[in-house]
Design a protein around this ligand. Structure first.
Ligand SMILES: [Zn+2]
Length: 447
């Protein structure tokens, strides 16, 4: 009898909602914080998977006023997990969110959108749930008595070399009172910083937009498994009458890869071999640079004449900029899952992108860009269900770390690439770093 090792757990259909209606899941990083909006009657369930991890909650109402009584206990009597205490100390969130780190900035932006600044947070009275002595798997529930912005903190100090309990992650489940909410309002991830442009490209449409040199822009797959074709032109070229878009062949050649990725080989080039954009963060790692955007001919040959298509949508958006119409737009197809197999066939499958996955790019010139929300519903490109794409532009003064996302197992949370403890030293010796199992490792000291 042949025995085979069991496979690692895997996600069968990424992007599908696995939780029940009205239930959302968030991770609070150990030593970190997150902010969520709760409506009156929503329940927040905090789970401590590893045990001994305290949790601090700070709630603000619509006027930015903090009150621990905005959150009531919803634990079953006798559950033993409902230890709640008002803390007299300054909220741990203040120290965490004061840091000049990307994750801290992201939470601060979320709070500021709810009308709360650091001074208000400093003056707030936090509610402590769970504790230093909770068992692994302990959970507790609170209920929102009003519409609130709730800061959830997993406080902790860096682990000392001679022991102590390190801060570990908490999982937060939101049980919405209105179970239709999550299906009618797809939840966008919080912006990475305060955006200067923030818009949705509705499914089966496209939009042109301008991005200044040095600005950052983020293309977000809102609901998962949705492709977004991208093209851009240097404004200076367009003004000179030169119709020079990104050239995928030149990009692949110069980068030595089927698609640029965050790190050294991260730039997209036009036909003059001029870099126009750089990818800074990518939480998916599978995009298409082989094929054109979908076009009328493709749909005709597949038996769907007249089908709305990305090429026509791009033509219509770029017309006002004097760009000539194309039969099939060469494009960088973000989230489109294609590759070349051993039999020289370009194959496609459902995108790897999950809800909220994104690419973050930086404009290396003043650019006219166009992004689509692909209308392809006749094959696996968008998992047979075209949905929306979100685009956000962030001013150049922001700083974002280079990162891809890694999941240690298929069903674990994605984490952006981290720097090792040696990075301050090694980064002074080389710029040649490769992503390896979630960390940037120097692979050569000659560069
Ligand atoms: Zn398309």
């Amino acid at each position: 009898m042949t025995t085979t090792a069991p496979d690692q757990p895997r996600v069968l259909v990424p992007g599908l909602l696995m939780l029940g209606p009205g239930v959302e899941r968030y991770r609070v990083t150990g030593g970190g914080a997150t902010v969520l909006a709760l409506d009156a009657g929503d329940e927040l369930e905090i789970v401590d998977p590893e045990g001994r991890q305290p949790c601090e909650l700070v709630a603000f109402d619509a006027n930015g006023r903090s009150d621990p009584n905005l959150l009531g206990s919803a634990d079953a009597p006798g559950s033993g997990n409902g230890s709640r205490a008002r803390s007299t100390e300054e909220p741990a969130a203040v120290g965490i969110l004061s840091a000049e780190l990307q994750d801290a900035r992201r939470v601060r932006v979320g709070l500021e959108r709810a009308g709360v600044d650091l001074a208000a947070l400093r003056a707030a009275t936090p509610l402590r749930v769970l504790g230093d002595d909770t068992a692994p798997g302990a959970r507790t529930r609170v209920v929102a008595h009003d519409d609130v912005a709730c800061v959830i903190v997993a406080p902790g100090e860096p682990m000392s070399a001679h022991g102590g309990a390190p801060a570990t992650d908490l999982i937060a489940y939101v049980h919405r009172r209105d179970v239709t909410r999550s299906s009618t309002e797809p939840l966008l991830p919080a912006p990475l910083a305060d955006p200067s442009q923030d818009f949705i490209i509705r499914n089966s449409t496209a939009r042109a937009y301008e991005v200044a040199k040095g600005d950052w822009f983020q293309v977000v797959d809102v609901e998962g498994r949705q492709c977004s074709d991208f093209q851009c032109f240097a404004v200076a070229d367009l003004e000179a009458g030169a119709d020079l878009c990104l050239d995928a062949t030149i990009t692949r050649t110069l980068m030595g890869a089927s698609c640029p990725a965050p790190g050294l080989y991260s730039k997209f080039f036009n036909a003059r071999m001029q870099p126009l954009v750089e990818v800074v963060q990518d939480t998916v790692g599978r995009h298409d640079t082989f094929n054109t955007a979908c076009n009328a001919r493709y749909y005709e040959e597949m038996g769907y004449p007249g089908h709305v298509n990305c090429t026509e949508n791009i033509n219509n958006e770029l017309g006002p900029y004097g760009v000539a119409r194309r039969r099939g737009w060469e494009a960088i197809n973000f989230f489109y899952n294609t590759n070349l197999d051993d039999h020289n066939q370009i194959h496609l499958d459902e995108p790897w992108s999950r809800p909220g996955d994104y690419v973050l790019l930086r404009a290396l010139e003043d650019l006219v860009c166009v992004s689509t929300s692909c209308p392809d519903d006749i094959d696996a490109a968008n998992a047979w269900n075209p949905t929306d794409i979100a685009v956000r532009v962030y001013p150049s003064a922001n700083r974002f770390k280079k990162a891809t996302a890694i999941r240690m197992t298929a069903d674990s949370e994605a984490q952006l690439t981290k720097e090792t403890g040696f990075h301050p030293r090694t980064s002074g010796l080389t710029r040649s770093f490769s992503e390896y199992c979630g960390y940037w490792l120097a692979d050569s000291y000659t560069a």
